[in-house]
Design a protein. Structure first.
Length: 328
């Protein structure tokens, strides 16, 4: 008898497949269907610190009235912010009434400031865990990497003072010392690390001389970078890893689990192939487990990690040598 049950962040998931933070998880209707398809959990669309502040500034900028009555500024600013947050908190509590899979809330943040109180509200609304989507664009040449990295720890430690639910940190791969930073984050109390977020990237239109966005969705080829890092880090952290980026099918999910991820977060493949992709991927996982005699995910999670594989050097090799690439 095969069971897909697994543990992530101390939570029991019915399967290792999590629907990642995106517009997909911004509606109760979708989340109910994701549970039916077999998803082990969902990460809600991030509550964006930036988005909230933009909305506040936008509302304020449009009003003559607020220029004349500065106290109205404070009122509108609080109203816009709370309204946004109210809808988010309502979604969490509605989900908790309608589904039994864990609901992981998400906050996009770049500073350890007032938004930390939102974390408390999220816990009170019933979220089972919180994913912190942190990214600091290291574009200021006068700011050291130490200063940038400190923000990640300040945010994590600040949030941990406010909540008891498990907290995961979703990271970018852009750290000078990724292995050291991730290990320190796990020591600092992160119960999970999500490797990695995929960001908006600008592109240049060479005819209109305008900037545009590159592809929003990942492709299956995007899996290799996170796969390497999941494998390299999984044996060295004091917390779980969820793999994100490029997991599009059962094969991709199995690779990430073999590398050491406790769960995978999928987004692009669900956008591209519909909700049914979740059930399809889980059926593929179950068939593969049956073929290889595995009864549960913990039988093979990490089997091909850097620590356990008989060829760990392959994860560290970066240069295409003729011998390995097979191309002259
Ligand atoms: C339309 C869209 C919206 C997203 N919104 C968020 C978000 O609010 N918060 C977040 O942490 N990640 C967000 N992401 C990133 C995804 O959660 C995920 O990390 C990324 O798409 C890579 O996974 P994938 O290859 O399965 O798509 C978004 C991605 C897409 C495509």
């Amino acid at each position: 008898m095969i069971s897909l049950k697994t543990n992530y962040l101390g939570l029991t998931l019915n399967s290792p497949l999590i629907v990642g933070s995106s517009g997909l998880t911004n509606s109760l209707e979708n989340i109910i269907d994701f549970e039916k398809q077999g998803a082990g959990a969902v990460v809600l669309k991030s509550l964006f610190e930036e988005q909230i502040l933009n909305e506040v500034h936008h509302t304020m900028g449009q009003s003559e009235y607020t220029n004349q009555y500065p106290e109205a500024l404070d009122y509108i600013s609080n109203y816009s912010r709370d309204n946004n947050i109210d809808a988010y908190l309502r979604l969490i509590s509605d989900c908790k009434k309608s589904v039994s899979i864990p609901i992981i809330a998400s906050i996009n943040c770049a500073s350890a400031t007032e938004w930390m109180t939102y974390a408390t509200k999220i816990q009170e609304a019933g979220a089972d865990a919180l994913e912190l989507n942190i990214y600091i664009m290291p574009s200021d040449p006068d700011r050291t990497s130490i200063k940038n990295e400190k923000v990640y720890f300040d945010v994590l430690e600040g949030v941990l003072k406010h909540v008891k639910i498990p907290v995961a940190v979703k990271l970018s791969p852009y750290f000078a010392g990724l292995a050291e930073t991730t290990r320190k984050l796990s020591w600092a109390g992160a119960k999970g690390l999500v490797l990695f977020n995929r960001f908006y990237s600008p592109d240049i239109d060479i005819n209109t001389f305008r900037l545009s966005a590159t592809h929003i969705f990942s492709t299956p080829d995007d899996i290799y970078h996170p796969l390497r890092w999941v494998a390299l880090l999984s044996g060295n952290l004091h917390c779980d890893i969820a793999a994100s980026t490029g997991v599009h099918d059962a094969e991709g999910m199995i690779k990430m689990l073999l590398a050491g991820a406790k769960s995978v977060e999928v987004v692009s493949t669900v956008y591209k192939n519909g909700h049914g992709r979740i059930a399809e991927m889980l059926a593929g996982l179950e068939a593969w487990m049956a073929m290889h005699g595995f009864g549960k995910p913990s039988d093979f999670i990490g089997k091909m990690s850097h620590k356990k594989t008989d060829n760990p050097v392959a994860y560290e090799r970066v240069q295409f040598m003729k011998h390995y690439a097979g191309i002259e």
